[in-house]
Design a protein. Sequence first.
Length: 355
Amino acid sequence: MDARLRIIDANANRAREGLRVIEDIARFGLDDPTLAEALKNLRHDLRDALDNLGVDKGALLSSRDVEGDVGANIKTPSEMKRVGLRDVALASASRLAEALRSLEECGKALGRDARPFEALRYRAYNLEKSLILALGAGGCPQWRLCVLITAALCGPHTWEDVAAQAIEGGADCLQLREKELGGRELLARASRLVAIAREVAGGGSDPRGRANIVINDRPDVAILSGADGVHLGQSDLPVSAVRAVAGFDLWVGVSTSNLDEARAAIRDGADMCGVGPMFPTTTKEKPRISGPKYLKDYLADPILSERPHLAIGGITPENIAQVRAAGGRGVAVSSCVCNAEKPGEVCTALRRGLE
């Protein structure tokens, strides 16, 4: 039995399997027609390359020996575990690239033109990049209550006290939003906010045991301060630029005011979307109020609804029932907590309003 034919047969199957999986993720997991089409074209070109290799299909099938394959039952623990679609995509894309390399080398060993497999491999690398980045970092929680901390909005208390009381009142995320601070002061404040979250949680460094910290606009400050994520507006850095700086070490949120912006954010790899504004707000001037209907439409989209969201804009304990009625699972607030006499009690009321 020709070992070269066994290798070609096995890796042709591996390549087709891996490619079909990542094509399905692009099609059904991301709802991305451009990426799905590119992967489908790659699958058809792989078929053509295999046909043009000039190896008799009967000979290939005859070389197959599943029962005698010494590697068939060799498994590693990592093969048996996948956490989310990103893990599935990473494993399948690696399987595809490795199989294409084996096909290329064994094609050479048979004296055939193996350049088509090399070209397919480089195309696969680029498509893997687009697919994995679009799937985001993974693991971003569906926060229930995020409080945006801005010192200028904190009336009766310092911003540090507001942050601590917010966490004690049920906020599971704090976002530092300071547009006017210079980089040095912003980093100092971000580091202090991370420390407060750990202190309130009893000193633990595990983010699962404390409120998560997100920094507005600045991935560099988020990384240096030990924060968990960064939140971007429509005119801020693109998600791809944040990934170039931070990789998957930060969750990335993006503010959106309509479905087109939300879909673009998810295609770019955002882990979470801000959805709003829900109501008029004095914190930030908005020419258009999206309202709870936008949240309802967002959650009706099968792709968008899979990513965490935070409804934002003018939300208070008095109107949060409208957010809940639209299906909202999490909200972001600012002045109604920062300027409250008892920030913790307002947070508790907001959490109850969602539940």
